[in-house]
Write a protein that binds this ligand. Structure first.
Ligand SMILES: *[C@@H]1O[C@H](CO)[C@@H](O)[C@H](O)[C@H]1NC(C)=O
Ligand SMILES: *[C@@H]1O[C@H](CO)[C@@H](O)[C@H](O)[C@H]1NC(C)=O
Ligand SMILES: *[C@@H]1O[C@H](CO)[C@@H](O)[C@H](O)[C@H]1NC(C)=O
Ligand SMILES: *[C@@H]1O[C@H](CO)[C@@H](O)[C@H](O)[C@H]1NC(C)=O
Ligand SMILES: *[C@@H]1O[C@H](CO)[C@@H](O)[C@H](O)[C@H]1NC(C)=O
Ligand SMILES: *[C@@H]1O[C@H](CO)[C@@H](O)[C@H](O)[C@H]1NC(C)=O
Length: 693
């Protein structure tokens, strides 16, 4: 025992403090916290509109236009060997999510940045990502190195598309870029940067081999093949001491850019981030707790143990399932979080069935009964929103129809809502209809025969009829589309996600009304009034009918201009008396002509631009159940200027990045973006024009 235990403890403490200081070039943020000194203590330093939200999520920008948000590690790091001037190796991993204001239309992205200052004076938002301005783009005096995650295609910088990763050196014209994708077992899968789900990024620079690798993945394990591998000597670009962090901006279109965690190391391999523990980990203590100098080492150890026990108890209490009085009364089964965690093997990536509109969907097997279920993990920015929505589960859970995907139960835990549904072994209808789904390339699906298609349509129609007219309240689905139609083991169509679209009404910003739905399925009046009705569901069902007959999306990205909008094309062929042209060619003419003609005629009726002129689901059902096609009212005449695609988005929003301002060109271009917006996932469309739905 040393003579002076106090001095000994003090020495230990100083040694530990020195070790922390020396480790400045190896840091990890498993969730973020506001340092007590505004970041001067080696924690994160924010500028612009960047903020740290509840649960330790760093939000660089929100959905307001033309903002810059940045976050840098507050102390500069030595990026070059002071004697030789050679750039040193570094490695980093971080987890981010981009949640755009409009479905699949991001604005503008963010960049992992190494820069001489944290503030980057003079830099602009929008396409400049808060890194540079129009006059200094390309100037080598910038000393800015960035890896951009860009969600808008800017022609002036030669961007390849609106979903790419690029290496930028003193410029926003990327020296190398690639469409966002990841490798899984040697297979390249496309990845949507702005899908709202968490994406991991690894950036590794080898100072000796002078190679920069960028790897991305939606899963927490690092793919062995990088997305980008770029031979570059960073020595002339970097200065001796540089700041490292992130810069992000919004333009006319806006996204919220979130970071969940970040690990970095100079000259070595950074510590890994555990995706499953982000961002729900309780805040790591970044604060300098002024430790009292313990009178003995023993007391210090006891103190540590006490803190650990307290932290554990706090963690337990904070993570307890939330139970409200009404939750105990009625409604579907309430699962415990532990049960669902076991069922999904701790929400393992391998159990992931897909990314739905609201979050990830996992496959699970209930412990005990062995019943297979699909568990949807819904995350919502607003806890209040989840709370209000959860209150509706008791009524949604009582909906029962053989063509609805049955809600088995649910569980609520902090900001997450877990919904347990019947497992549908054949997945969603869109995967069978369209061959362009990036994730479906792994397992080719069989072609659906005409009788199967007809039965699916009848099933979905009867489910909608039940929701609209046969249940105790009118339930509006709000998001009828092929990817929400699931197929059970016998290929019966079952409508999923009913009621969920209402989630967007809860906790929404009172200044804006969220129109929920997916481009191409949105009734024209919906984008004007924001009010969902049974007629807007009927319109969407019309789009689904056309998809099933034609095997095509409502708005086709790769089609010729005259074939762009499916309903227009079908209408044109129908009036020309050549409707057979639009029937899915893969059927090889093997279909019931009478039924197909009936479905097309009904679909056009449902797609009527005027809500009042559309049929009710009861009428649709009657005809599908064997009514006579001759009885279907004559196909409506679409107004000449009717364009299902045009109603959905304010066109002016897209003109900004097109090189010419000719209105005709601009609108062609905006349709191009609009098409990109159509897909199986969706986010809310916000409409600034109207109040309450
Ligand atoms: C985004 O942040 C800015 C600045 O902090 C604020 O003025 C604006 O209201 C925010 N917008 C939204 C939609 O929260
Ligand atoms: C810098 O380079 C010198 C000479 O090559 C080498 O001895 C030294 O270890 C390097 N320092 C670092 C921090 O890599
Ligand atoms: C562009 O940024 C530089 C600093 O990088 C600044 O000196 C210059 O004034 C800015 N130019 C404009 C037009 O804002
Ligand atoms: C680059 O920037 C420096 C300092 O801001 C300026 O003096 C120089 O003229 C710029 N070079 C070009 C090619 O614009
Ligand atoms: C990056 O691209 C610019 C042109 O955009 C070029 O001048 C520069 O040399 C390139 N840098 C590297 C390292 O390839
Ligand atoms: C970059 O990726 C290539 C190919 O996978 C690999 O050979 C190389 O070691 C990687 N370099 C670094 C610095 O990670």
């Amino acid at each position: 025992m040393p003579k002076n235990p106090i001095l000994f403890a003090l020495l230990l403490f100083l040694a530990a403090a020195a070790a922390v200081a020396a480790k400045q070039d190896d840091f990890i943020y498993a969730g973020f916290s506001n340092g007590p000194n505004g970041g001067d203590d080696g924690s994160i330093s924010l500028n612009g509109v960047a903020e740290i939200e509840d649960r330790g999520i760093l939000r660089l920008t929100n959905e307001t236009s033309r903002l810059i948000g940045r976050a840098f590690h507050s102390v500069p790091l030595q990026f070059r060997n002071a004697t030789t001037g050679a750039a040193l190796s570094f490695s980093t991993v971080f987890a981010f999510a981009i949640v755009p204001e409009y479905p699949k239309l991001g604005g503008h992205g963010f960049a992992f940045t190494i820069a001489p200052t944290k503030e980057l004076p003079g830099a602009l938002p929008s396409q400049y990502l808060g890194l540079m301005n129009a006059s200094d783009v390309g100037n080598t005096t910038n000393h800015v190195f960035a890896v951009e995650f860009d969600t808008v295609q800017d022609f002036e910088f030669g961007d390849i598309n609106d979903n790419h990763v690029g290496v930028d050196i003193d410029s926003l014209v990327s020296n190398k870029s690639a469409s966002a994708a990841y490798f899984d077992g040697g297979i390249k899968n496309d990845l949507n940067l702005k899908g709202g789900h968490t994406i991991m990024v690894w950036i590794d620079y080898g100072g000796a081999e002078k190679i920069l690798n960028v790897t991305i993945s939606p899963l927490s394990s690092k793919p062995s093949t990088p997305l980008l591998s770029f031979g570059v000597d960073l020595s002339p670009i970097l200065l001796d001491r540089m700041f490292v962090g992130f810069s992000s901006s919004t333009g006319l279109l806006a996204s919220s850019h979130y970071l969940y965690g970040w690990s970095f190391k100079m000259n070595g391999v950074c510590r890994p981030l555990d995706l499953s523990s982000l961002p729900s980990l309780p805040q790591p203590g970044k604060k300098n707790i002024a430790l009292p100098v313990a009178t003995s080492v023993g007391a210090f150890v006891v103190l540590l143990a006490a803190i650990a026990v307290a932290a554990y108890l706090f963690y337990k209490i904070k993570n307890a399932d939330v139970i409200e009085p009404w939750e105990l009364t009625c409604g579907p089964h309430r699962f415990s979080y532990g049960e669902l965690r076991r069922a999904t093997k701790r929400f393992r990536d391998r159990e992931l069935l897909g990314f739905g509109g609201f979050g990830k969907v996992y496959k699970g097997t209930l412990p005990g009964s062995g019943i297979e279920v699909a568990v949807k993990r819904v995350s919502h920015e607003s806890k209040q929103g989840i709370r209000e929505f959860a209150a509706e589960i008791s009524s949604i859970g009582r909906l029962r129809h053989r063509n609805l995907v049955q809600l088995q139960g649910w569980c609520r835990r902090r900001g997450d809502l877990l919904l347990v549904y019947d497992y549908m072994p054949n997945g969603s209808l869109d995967k069978f209809l369209f061959c362009d789904e990036p994730h479906s390339s792994l397992t080719p699906r069989p072609l659906l025969s005409w009788p199967q298609r007809y039965r699916i349509l009848r099933g979905v129609a009867s489910a909608l009829l039940y929701l609209h007219e046969e249940w105790e309240h009118v339930v509006i689905h709000r998001d009828v589309k092929a990817s929400n139609v699931l197929l059970d083991a016998d290929f019966n169509g079952r409508l999923g996600d009913f009621g969920l679209a209402k989630l967007h009404d809860h906790g929404a910003n009172p200044g804006t009304t969220r129109v929920v739905g997916t481009l191409g399925y949105l009734a024209p009046e919906l984008t004007r009034t924001g009010k969902a009705t049974t007629s807007s569901d009927v319109f969407a069902f019309g789009a689904v009918m056309l998809e099933v007959v034609c095997g095509r999306r409502p708005i086709e990205p790769k089609a010729l201009p005259e074939e762009l909008v499916l309903v227009e094309r079908v209408w044109e062929r129908w009036t020309a008396g050549k409707w057979e042209d639009v029937v899915d060619r893969r059927l090889n003419g093997e279909y019931d002509r009478e039924e197909a003609a009936m479905v097309i005629k009904l679909a056009l009726w449902c797609s009527h631009p005027s809500a009042a002129a559309r049929p009710k689901m009861r009428d649709v059902m009657r005809y599908l159940d064997g009514g006579d096609a001759e009885d279907v009212p004559p196909v409506p005449v679409l107004p000449k200027d009717y364009d299902a695609g045009k109603d959905n988005i304010g066109f002016d929003d897209f003109v900004h990045s097109y090189p010419t301002s000719s209105s005709e060109k601009a609108s062609t271009f905006s349709i191009t973006i609009g098409q990109g917006a159509v897909g199986s996932e969706y986010s809310p469309l916000s409409s600034r024009s109207r109040a309450g739905a």
